[in-house]
Design a protein around this ligand. Structure first.
Ligand code: C2E
Ligand code: MG
Ligand code: MG
Ligand code: MG
Length: 292
């Protein structure tokens, strides 16, 4: 916010008054231009099922700043929120995600994947969120069932009833919902009864602690059981080691995401990764009978 000193003439007198106008400064101003300057990019990280097959991807926003280099979303999303740029940025993300899904639909392997997109609370609560999302899907001719929206617990704090109604309406078109960073928010567990969710994403802090001590192990196991008992698909985030993966598989976790299976990468590299993973393992060359 810039403060501008303005001098006005009023009733013949001269008064100096301060008026405040909202104008994004610094990073926020650059952020607004970044969308138009083509500095935003979506990266894709694989999500695997309990057989090890790639089941889907999460789209993660990257900002290639011409001077600063790559700015992580943790530093610019809060700025975008503050500056009221989330509708612009989030709209770009959904458009780009649907464009990607349309490209994938022409490929026999990629067309089987779902794409999960992070949606911030303020973005989800915009009056025209639903209509503009349906329009984006229509323009790119993408089936809504290919898209999953990731919400965090913060979206339920303001207006639970309106949020649930909007989720139900979007779900009736085939869009699915994941609750991101589960267990790190401050809301009570009682909301899980009412939420029309498909998937719980267990935050990576629980995964990290799962092998550190008995309580860490008990906690993540209980969270997974809770998710299973409530009928959700349970996905664990931030898996970095085979030991973590083995433990979580043992707990009954359905899906996995983390550096162990692939870091977030640009679309081309992601497609190459998926094609490679889909290739049948090279067959052992049959031994030829010794010829006489
Ligand atoms: P998130 O949705 O929970 O995404 C997972 C984050 O964990 C990503 O960070 C990902 O790169 C990172 N990650 C994945 N596997 C591992 C692992 O094995 N180890 C570790 N240490 N980290 C791992 P990233 O890409 O920096 O994004 C951070 C957060 O920014 C996201 O957390 C999400 O809340 C937000 N974000 C990213 N893209 C968007 C977007 O398009 N819209 C909105 N509203 N938020 C976004
Ligand atoms: Mg999924
Ligand atoms: Mg996410
Ligand atoms: Mg998360």
């Amino acid at each position: 916010i810039n403060t501008i000193l303005a001098t006005v003439m009023l009733c013949g007198g001269v008064y100096a008054i301060q008026i405040e106008i909202t104008r994004p400064k610094g990073l926020a101003l650059e952020l607004r231009n970044a969308v138009g300057n083509d500095e935003m990019e979506l990266y894709f990280q694989p999500q695997i099922d309990d057989t090890g097959a790639i089941h889907g991807a999460e789209a993660l926003l990257r900002w290639e700043h011409p001077q600063r280099g790559q700015v992580p979303p943790g530093s610019f999303i809060p700025v975008a929120e503050e500056a009221g740029l989330m509708p612009l940025l989030g709209g770009w993300v959904l458009d780009e995600a649907c464009r990607t899904l349309a490209q994938w639909s022409e490929d026999p392997v990629l067309s089987r994947l779902t794409l999960a997109v992070n949606v911030s609370a303020s973005q989800f609560q915009m009056a025209d969120f639903e209509s503009s999302l349906m329009e984006t899907l229509r323009i790119h001719q993408v089936a809504p069932s290919r898209l999953q929206l990731e919400l965090t617990e913060s979206v339920f704090i303001d207006d639970m009833a309106a949020t649930v109604a909007r989720m139900e309406s979007l779900r009736s078109t085939g869009i699915s919902f994941a609750l991101d960073d589960f267990g790190t928010g401050y809301s009570s567990l009682s909301y899980l009864r009412r939420l029309p969710l498909d998937q719980l994403k267990i935050d990576r802090s629980f995964v990290q602690e799962s092998l550190e001590n008995d309580r860490g192990a008990a906690l993540v196991n209980s969270i997974i059981q809770l998710g299973i008992d409530l009928g959700f698909v349970v996905l664990a985030e931030g898996i970095e080691s085979p030991e973590q993966h083995a433990f979580l598989l043992d707990c009954g976790c359905h899906e996995f995401q983390g550096y162990l299976f692939g870091r977030p990468v640009p679309a081309d590299a992601f497609a190459a990764h998926v094609w490679q993973a889909a290739e049948p393992a090279p067959m052992a060359r049959p031994k030829r009978a010794a010829q006489g």
